[in-house]
Design a protein around this ligand. Structure first.
Ligand code: C2E
Ligand code: CA
Ligand code: CA
Ligand code: CA
Length: 274
């Protein structure tokens, strides 16, 4: 223990130094991985509720840390966000995703964007450059964003959204129903699509209250002309309930885990057979 300067004794916790140290090492390795273009991208199928056929994919970042194994995005994305590495990481993922999309002419692609990236004034221009470089029609790209940025900086968020829209890019509100998600934001920003969070999807097949909440949410989105994607669909019963509630697109382990490019290509090839 040591004195805290006001004459009181507090316990000095050595494990806190270890944690900080470990985080610094993690950050160094992440920085190196971005520099060496070692951030991988996997693609999760998104299917139409009407016939369960793939129509889009969501790009998700993956990182295998040398000597440690795979690190969850739930761990490395927040580190990238708090250190400013997210700008580079995000553009790496976007570039990989746009080039992968060239192989899938029938699909569109969703890419996650952190609030920090959205704040960079150069962001919109960079996105445009990548689309041009990959020769991808802007309307085939959806950027997924959570409500954080819209709450923190509504005026700027509006401007950036308008610029993206003018270019023809789509914007989806991600994780809807997980946070505060007020109706006001939906109306104010007019997203092209909303994605209903897994937490809201989980109980739809067996908890009446959850089903009611889902129905109300989908009805609200539809009244604002925003099509709905449900995420985290794991069972057939959930899929049926979501379809009934009016969700047009479904995403979850039931239809496919995040996978490599070859697997997605296989899924689109079997589309042509039908
Ligand atoms: P998210 O954007 O909400 O992505 C969906 C997450 O749910 C993914 O986790 C996906 O693998 C997982 N998932 C999909 N279907 C199911 C299911 O049926 N059941 C369950 N239990 N999980 C399912 P993942 O890949 O670990 O990514 C976690 C989060 O990390 C993402 O949540 C997103 O917020 C963030 N993230 C991932 N890649 C990127 C990126 O390139 N940029 C940014 N800014 N964030 C990213
Ligand atoms: Ca997402
Ligand atoms: Ca989500
Ligand atoms: Ca999420």
């Amino acid at each position: 223990s040591k004195e805290d300067g006001r004459g009181r004794w507090t316990f000095y916790d050595a494990s806190m130094d270890d944690e900080r140290e470990e985080r610094n090492l993690l950050e160094l390795d992440l920085r190196a991985a971005i520099d060496r273009e070692e951030i991988g991208v996997v693609y999760q199928p998104i299917v139409r509720a009407s016939d369960y056929r793939i129509c889009a994919v969501e790009a998700l970042a993956r990182w295998t840390r040398p000597g440690h194994g795979p690190v969850s995005p739930e761990v490395f994305i927040p580190i990238a966000e708090s250190t400013g590495l997210i700008d580079l990481l995000g553009l790496c993922v976007l570039r990989s995703a746009c080039f992968a999309l060239r192989q899938w002419p029938d699909l569109t692609i969703s890419v996650n964007v952190s609030p920090g990236q959205f704040r960079d004034p150069a962001f919109v221009g960079r996105v445009g450059d990548i689309l041009k470089e990959a020769e991808i029609e802007p309307s085939r790209l959806t950027l997924e964003m959570t409500e954080t940025y819209f709450i923190q900086n509504p005026a700027r968020a509006r401007q950036t959204l308008d610029m993206l829209r003018e270019m023809g890019i789509k914007v989806a509100l991600d994780d809807f129903g997980a946070g505060f998600s007020s109706v006001g934001y939906l109306r104010q920003f007019g997203f092209d699509r909303i994605k209903i969070d897994r937490a809201l999807v989980e109980g739809v097949a067996d908890r009446p209250r959850d089903a009611e909440l889902l129905h109300a949410t989908v009805a609200l989105a539809r009244s604002l002309d925003m099509p709905v994607t449900a995420e985290g669909v794991e069972t057939q019963a959930q899929a049926e309930a979501l379809k009934q509630a009016g969700c047009q697109l479904l995403q979850g382990y039931l239809f496919g885990k995040p996978s490599g490019q070859e697997q997605i290509t296989q899924m689109t090839v079997s589309l042509d057979d039908k």
